[in-house]
Design a binder for this molecule. Sequence first.
Ligand code: HEC
Ligand SMILES: [Cu+2]
Length: 374
Amino acid sequence: MATGRHVLRRTVRCSGLAALIAALASCATGRIDPTDPIGENAKQIDGLMRLSGYMATVVGIFVAIAVVTVIVKFRARPDDDPNEVPKQVHGNKKAELTWTLIPTLMMVFLAVITVPAVFDLSGKGDGRTIKVEGQQWWWQFGYDVDEDGTPDIVTANDIVIPVGEEVNLEIHSNDVIHSFWIPQLNGKKDAVPGRIHHWRISSPVTGIFYGECTEFCGLSHANMQMRAVVLEQEDYDAWVQEQLQPATIPTDAAAQRGYELFGRHCVSCHVVNGLYESATNGNANLTSGYAPNLTHLMTRTSFAGSVFELYNDNGSVNIADLREWVRDAPTLKPARADNRQGMISFAEILNESDLDDLVTYLTTLGGRPPLMPS
Ligand code: HEC
Ligand SMILES: [Cu+2]
C-alpha cells in the first residue's frame, strides 16, 4: 500500500519529469526554431543534418554493442593466469583495413552530398537583393528599389520579404564579425567587415520567422536578434510604397516638441528621411557609424535588435518599454556607450515631459506593421 510519503515522492518525481518534458517541448516550439524548417534552403540543410545524424546513430549503436561485447566476453575470470599475454592483433591487415575503409567511405559519402550543398546555398538566385548589415547589436536591411546601387529603403530588425520569392542577401558587417541566422529559412552566414557574403532566404508561407546573431560579437551579442516578416506580394508592394515616403513635420503640439527635442539630442546618430539626414551613410556618432533609421519605426514589430516588442498583445503601442529605452537604453540592453557601441543614456539629460514628447513624436513615425507577431 502506498504511504503518504511514497505518494508525495512519486508526485514530486512525476512533476519533475513533466517539467522537463515541458521544457524540452517548449525548446522545440520556441520562437527561434531550428527543428522546423520552412524555407527550401532550411529544408535542404535539415535533410543533410538528419542523414548524417542517422549515420552517426548507426555507428554509435555499433560501437556501443562492440564495447559491451568486449567487456563481457573478455572480462577477468577467477582461474585466469594473471601473467598470460593475450594474442596481439597489431598489424592485422583485415582489422586495420576495416576500421580505416569504413569511416573513410562514410566521410567521402558525406562530403559528396554536403560540399555541393554548401556551394549551392551560397550562390545567387533570381529574386531581388537586400543588403544585410550587422553592427553592435542590431541588424540593418537596405532595399535598392530603383536599382541605382544605393538603398532607397533602410530599416532595422524586421527584414520584410514577399512570399514565395527567393531573396538574395548581401551580408556584411560595419564593425566586428556577426552571423546571420533565421533557422526556419536558412542556415548561418557570417557577416564580416570588408567582405560581402551571398545568401538566400525564402518562405512558401506568410508569417514571422525569428532569428539571432550566432557569432559572439561583444557585450549584447545575446540581444542581437532579427525577424523575417513574409508578406503576400500585394502587401509587400504596399509596404515598399510606404517605406519610400519621407517623413513630414508633425502637426500635433506635443509631437512637434518631441520633433524639436529629437533634432537636438538624437540626430547625431539617427536618420529620419526628409528631415534629419546628417547621420546617413555611416556618419552616425558610433564605432559602426550606424544607428537604426527611424523614418518608419512604427511599421516594425520590434525594436533594439528585436529584443523588445513595439506593440502589446492587445495591439496598443508598447509605450512603457519605448519610453524606458529612450530614457536609459543601456539599462534595458547592455551597451558600451562610453566606447560608442550602442545607444547612450538620456537619464541625466531629459526630464519626464521631454520623454513624453519624444515618445509621442516617435509614435508618429510610420503606420502599423503589416503583420503582428502571434
Ligand atoms: C550615440 C548615438 C545615439 C544617440 C545620440 C541616440 N541613439 Fe537611439 N539608438 C542608437 C543605437 C546604436 C541604437 C540601436 C541599439 C541596439 O539595438 O542595440 C538605437 C536605437 C534606438 C531606437 C530603436 C530603433 C529600432 O528600430 O530598433 C529608438 C526608438 C531610438 N534609438 C530613439 C532614440 C532617441 C529618441 C534619441 C534621442 C533622445 C536617440 N535614440 C539617440 C544610437 C543612438
Ligand atoms: Cu552580432
